[in-house]
Design a protein around this ligand. Structure first.
Ligand SMILES: Nc1ncnc2c1ncn2[C@@H]1O[C@H](COP(=O)(O)OP(=O)(O)OP(=O)(O)O)[C@@H](O)[C@H]1O
Ligand SMILES: [Mg+2]
Length: 232
């Protein structure tokens, strides 16, 4: 999936009603099959950008085109259907449902998919094997470590064959070897045409992506694609 975001602004209000500028004019183009890492200090707007690009939040101003469609202008029902069918999320907190087994958590997007998925759904056991969790189908999130829960969240994000994967610190709870497994999986997905946007504080993790963006104060302040002379 191709992303074309132009002049995105987003302001939140804090508990006292004071404005907090989370995005202040973000411009970014990402091509299909790019694996992009986003980094920058805490509070600089990384999660907000992922939420806006992922149709979870709307920008106050600016344009956000996904595969040429101005998704920011769509009504919520259409955004939700698009999100479910085309996008995969790995959140900073995993949002697993504690009363569902690992298998049922991974299959949750299939339950919500009213339309036929764009790509055929992937097999849950194969996905769990790919994230290093073979044989955990019948376990429950509370019986898993933080890193294992994180990997269930990665499998869930991929089950519908999403063509844009938005991952917020997906390796933050993982030991280095397991983190490499997940990053290998992402790199492989990108090679097969999926677009990956990964937020990370870890330079080694960012180094695995084919392109690095740096944010500060709600803007993109550095883009390695610029150095290569490619469009930002
Ligand atoms: N729902 C909200 N209500 C009010 N302010 C918010 C909300 N979400 C984010 N913010 C504020 O917007 C700014 C950007 O937040 P964001 O979560 O995008 O940062 P981040 O770069 O992801 O940080 P971190 O690395 O700590 O996850 C911060 O100042 C934050 O306090
Ligand atoms: Mg964040």
């Amino acid at each position: 999936m191709q992303i074309e975001a132009h002049d995105l602004y987003k302001t939140y209000r804090d508990s006292r009603g004071q404005p907090v500028q989370a995005l202040c004019g973000v411009d970014v183009h990402v091509g299909a099959g790019e694996f992009v890492a986003v980094s920058g200090p805490s509070g600089c707007g990384k999660s907000t950008l992922l939420n806006v690009l992922g149709c979870l939040d709307r920008p106050d101003r600016g344009s956000c085109r996904l595969d040429g469609e101005e998704v920011a202008a769509w009504p919520e029902t259409r955004r939700a259907a698009f999100r479910n069918r085309r996008l995969g999320f790995v959140f900073q907190s995993f949002h697993l449902l504690p009363f569902l087994s690992v298998k049922d958590n991974v299959e949750l997007p299939l339950l919500y998919a009213h339309e036929r998925p764009a790509a055929p759904p992937l097999n849950v056991s194969d996905l769990l094997t790919a994230v290093g969790l073979a044989g955990t189908e019948e376990r429950y999130p509370t019986e898993l470590s933080g890193g294992q829960q994180q990997r269930v969240a990665v499998a869930r994000a991929l089950v519908l064959g999403a063509d844009l994967l938005l991952a917020d610190e997906p390796t933050g709870n993982l030991d280095p070897a397991t983190a490499q497994t997940i990053l290998d999986l992402f790199a492989d997905l990108a090679r097969r045409g999926r677009t990956i946007l990964l937020v990370t504080h870890d330079p080694a993790v960012a180094g695995r992506a084919s392109r690095q963006l740096r944010m500060a104060g709600g803007k993109i302040v550095h883009d390695t694609a610029d150095q290569l002379g490619a469009p930002a």
